[in-house]
Every structure is written in structure tokens, then in C-alpha cells.
Design a protein. Structure first.
Length: 294
């Protein structure tokens, strides 16, 4: 039913500034700069190896633009929504309804790229907040050729660039409900369910299309990922961890473009090296990971 985490949507009220931040963060140029005529929004996209990052801003009139303005007024820029890919939107709707979810009927969408004049067509299936515990989420079927959205070109040395998203971090107060929703109802594989007493966390790792969805549930008030940020009634899109082939080179590049970064340190997974970005660029807590050597 679902093939991958298609893309991450970042809400912004200043698209030019968000684009500059994203170029500095990723070390890559945009793949797409355009608009959604029927949604009343403008966007900038950065396509990576395993997903893409979409910066989205309201521009005109439309339900998506209205929802974005409301979100930005209440929360400011940040991690807005998650899109999951399918090859058949109608079949995905049928399967989700069979499993007890209430997806809307597929809605056709059109995106326009200003520099090239290209158009991309797609179908979106929106899931209600009552099914997702408040996470903005939809399923997307792309109707256009993938080549219309090219990979983001590098603007630095290869080892210093972000190649892919390693994992997305979400927070929940109800881990068993998360297992039911993401595992049983969406059919995403639960790769690990583990409690880390020292960190005060129960972590769920769901794997889909070469990416991990990490769902963190605090066990106590002094949990490593602030328990105070977790709404008892709603889950929360929280952070993004990117993969770089050379953490030292990536850290140096980010310092040169003015980002504030932590010292390099060993990651929780043996053999990895990580550093974090201060100030939550794009309104999102951000971590860089150098994978363990093969």
C-alpha cells in the first residue's frame, strides 16, 4: 500500500529566507521553485536520495493556504506535515478504510515550476486528525515522471553535503496507539520497540522505503526529549536527522556558512558520529549523522 516516506513539509512565512537556510543546511540548490495554483501556496523543493524537503508558504486563497496561515500564526515556522507515497491512491483508500481509517477521496493536484515551466501532477489522500492523533498527514500518488523533479545539485564538496534523511522524530504519549496506527493500519514495519531507562524514553522505530520514523514516548518528566513538549491528546512532529558521509567536513562547511553547530560526538548507535544544529533551522530540531563504516 505505502512505498516510502515521500516528503517532509516545512511551513514558512518567509520562503526566501527558508530557502537560504535550507541551502546552507543541506549544501544543495533547490530542485523546484514554484506554486500550487489550486492550493494558494508557493513552494521550494530539495530532492535528496530517499525523500524530498518541501518548503511551503501561503500566497493566495485556498484551504491549504488558510490552514498554513493559521498554523504559522499559532506556532511559527516548523515541521508542518508528512506525506507517504503510494503507487495507487484508490487502492490505498480502500485498504485504509478496510483497516478502520477514514481517508478522504483522492484529490488531484498540480504543481508548477517557475524556472523550467514544468508541471507535475499528483493525487493526494488526506487523513483526518482523529486517525493520526493530530499529525498532518496525507498519502500521495505521483502521476508525472520522477525526472521532472531532479535531484538537488551540490554547492560544496561531496563529503560535506547532506545526502539523505536518516530519520524523522515524532513524539507521543500513547506508544501503543502509535503501534496500532502506523503498524497495523498503515502497514509500516515496526523494526524496533525498545525502552531506554537512562534516557527516560520508549522508542519505536518504523521502517519504510529506506527511512526510519522514530517515535519517542517519554517515561518520566526528565526524559531526554523534553516530556513537556508532548501533548497528551496529540502526537507531535518534532525533528529531523540527516545523513552525511563525512561529519567533520559537513560541520566545517556549516560553520563557514554561519550555522551554529555542536562539537562532534559519538552517536547512540555504535560507530556513528553526530552533531546538532543550534537554533533549530527552519524551526526544526536538527541532527547530522555520519553512518558507521561498513
Amino acid at each position: 500500500m505505502l512505498t516510502q516516506i515521500d516528503h517532509l513539509i516545512v511551513a514558512t512565512d518567509d520562503l526566501d529566507e527558508a530557502q537560504r537556510q535550507c541551502i546552507g543546511l543541506l549544501g544543495r540548490s533547490p530542485s523546484w521553485t514554484g506554486s500550487h495554483p489550486s492550493f494558494g501556496t508557493r513552494n521550494v523543493i530539495f530532492r535528496l536520495e530517499n525523500t524530498y524537503i518541501e518548503l511551503l508558504a501561503p500566497e493566495g486563497e485556498g484551504p491549504v493556504a488558510d490552514a498554513l496561515r493559521t498554523y504559522l500564526a499559532e506556532h511559527g515556522p516548523g515541521f508542518y506535515a508528512l506525506a507517504l507515497a503510494t503507487e495507487d491512491a484508490d487502492a490505498a483508500v480502500a485498504k485504509m478504510r478496510e483497516r478502520g481509517l477514514s481517508p478522504a477521496e483522492p484529490v488531484e493536484g498540480l504543481a508548477h515550476d517557475d524556472p523550467s515551466g514544468a508541471f507535475r501532477r499528483f493525487r493526494n489522500v488526506f487523513l483526518p486528525a482523529k486517525d493520526t492523533r493530530g499529525i498532518r498527514m496525507f498519502v500521495i500518488e505521483h502521476l508525472s515522471e520522477p525526472e521532472l523533479l531532479p535531484f538537488s545539485l551540490p554547492v560544496g564538496e561531496p563529503g560535506a553535503l547532506v545526502d539523505r534523511v536518516d530519520h524523522i522524530v515524532m513524539m507521543t504519549r500513547e506508544p501503543d496507539e502509535a503501534i496500532d496506527f502506523y503498524g497495523a493500519k498503515l502497514g509500516i514495519r515496526l523494526a524496533l520497540d525498545r525502552t531506554f531507562e537512562k534516557r527516560g524514553l520508549r522508542l519505536l522505530f518504523f521502517r519504510l522505503g529506506g527511512m526510519t520514523l522514530e517515535i519517542s514516548s517519554p517515561l518520566r518528566d526528565d526524559a531526554e526529549l523534553g516530556a513537556g513538549e508532548v501533548d497528551p491528546e496529540n502526537d507531535h512532529l518534532w525533528g529531523v536527522a540527516y545523513s552525511v558521509s563525512d561529519a567533520e567536513a559537513a560541520r566545517k562547511r556549516m560553520l563557514e556558512v554561519g550555522l551554529k553547530v555542536s562539537p562532534l560526538r559519538e552517536g547512540h548507535k555504535p560507530g556513528t558520529r553526530v552533531f546538532s544544529i543550534a537554533g533549530s533551522p527552519l524551526g526544526i530540531p536538527t541532527l547530522m549523522i555520519e553512518p558507521a563504516s561498513a
